[in-house]
Design a binder for this molecule. Structure first.
Ligand code: NAD
Length: 282
C-alpha cells in the first residue's frame, strides 16, 4: 500500500471498534502514527497494539471537554503534533417512539454525537493554530444526517447537527489550509447496534435491510475507512465542506418511482438474498 500518510499523525475517535478501528488500521497501513481514542480503554489498547506502525491508545469520552483536551495533549506529548482527525465516536441511543423520547435520552446522544464533534473540531483548530499548520478533519455523519425516519430521533438530530459543524468549520478552515469533510455511512454491521435489542431497525434485521440497498448488501467498516482515508489525504486536496455517502446508493433511492430502489423490489428475492448473506457471513 502507498504511504500517503507517511510522517503524519492522526487522531481517530471511537477507534476501539467498527469504523474507527478500520480507519486506524487504514491510516497506519499507509504510514501514519495513530492515536486511538475510545471511552473503552481495553478496546482502544487492543486496536492500538495491533497497528503496524507507531500508535498510542488513550481513554477518553468525547462528550467531555477535559477528555478532548487530554487526548490532544497525549497525542502531542507522544508524537509532537497532530495533522489528521477522524471524529467518529458515536452512539445510537433510543429507538423509542417520538412521544416517549425523554430529555435525558436526547441530551445523552447529542452530547456524544454532536457536542463531541464540536469539541473535536474546536480542539483540532486550536492545535493547528499552535502548530502553525494546516490539516484535514473528517467527521462521521450518517445517512441519518441526510434522510428522515422517526425511529431514531435523537440520533438523527445529532447527525444532522454534525453537518452544520462540518460546513461552518470548512468555511473557517478554508483560508487556513484546513479541510473539513464528512462521510455518511449507510448500513454497516458493527458494534453500534449491540445492546439495541430486537426492535425492527435495531441490529437483528440489519442484513435483511441491507438487501433493500441498491447494491443489495450492507457495507463494511473497511469500505467506510477507504472513503475517510481519501478525504484525509492529498488526493482530496480541493474537496472541502463535502459529504461523501458510503451507502451502496441508499441515499439516492427514489421511493415514489417503480425503478427507484427500495419498495420497487419483490420481498421474496430480498428474503432470499438476506438468507444467502447470513450464510456467507455466519
Ligand atoms: P461501534 O459501536 O462499533 O464504534 C463506536 C465506538 O465509539 C465504540 O468503540 C465506542 O466505545 C466508542 N464510543 C462511544 N461513545 C464514546 C464516547 N463518548 N467517547 C469516546 N468513544 C466513544 O460503531 P460504528 O458503527 O463503528 O460507529 C462509528 C460511527 O459511525 C458513529 O458515529 C456512528 O454513528 C456512525 N455510523 C455508523 C453506521 C453503521 O451502520 N454502523 C451508519 C452510519 C453512521
Amino acid at each position: 500500500m502507498s504511504g500517503r500518510f507517511e510522517g503524519a499523525v492522526a487522531v481517530v475517535t471511537g477507534a476501539g471498534s467498527g469504523i474507527g478501528a478500520a480507519t486506524a488500521r487504514r491510516l497506519a497501513g499507509e504510514g501514519a502514527s495513530v492515536v486511538v481514542v475510545d471511552v473503552e480503554e481495553e478496546s482502544a489498547r487492543r486496536v492500538a497494539d495491533a497497528l503496524p506502525g507507531p500508535a498510542l491508545a488513550v481513554r477518553g469520552d468525547v462528550s467531555r471537554e477535559e477528555d478532548t483536551e487530554a487526548y490532544l495533549a497525549a497525542a502531542v506529548a507522544r508524537f509532537g503534533r497532530v495533522d489528521l482527525h477522524h471524529l467518529n465516536a458515536g452512539i445510537v441511543g433510543t429507538f423509542d417512539r417520538l412521544p416517549d423520547v425523554t430529555v435525558e435520552d436526547f441530551d445523552r446522544v447529542v452530547a456524544v454525537n454532536l457536542r463531541g464533534v464540536f469539541l473535536g473540531v474546536r480542539g483540532a483548530f486550536r492545535r493547528y493554530a499552535e502548530q502553525g499548520s494546516g490539516g484535514a478533519i473528517v467527521i462521521t455523519a450518517s445517512i441519518a444526517a441526510l434522510r428522515g425516519s422517526h425511529d431514531l430521533l435523537p440520533y438523527e438530530s445529532s447527525k444532522h447537527g454534525v453537518l452544520g459543524v462540518m460546513r461552518g468549520a470548512a468555511m473557517y478552515g478554508g483560508p487556513q489550509g484546513v479541510r473539513v469533510n464528512a462521510v455518511a455511512p449507510g448500513l454497516v454491521p458493527t458494534g453500534l447496534f449491540a445492546g439495541a435489542g430486537t426492535a425492527g431497525g435495531a441490529g437483528g434485521d440489519l442484513l435483511r435491510r441491507g438487501t433493500t440497498v441498491p447494491q443489495r448488501r450492507t457495507g463494511t467498516p473497511e469500505e467506510v475507512a477507504g472513503a475517510v482515508a481519501y478525504l484525509l489525504s492529498d488526493d482530496a486536496s480541493y474537496v472541502n465542506g463535502e459529504v461523501l455517502s458510503v451507502d451502496g446508493g441508499s441515499a439516492w433511492v427514489n421511493t415514489v418511482r417503480p425503478g427507484g430502489g427500495a419498495g420497487a423490489w419483490d420481498p421474496a428475492p430480498v428474503d432470499e438474498a438476506a438468507r444467502v448473506i447470513r450464510e456467507r457471513t455466519s
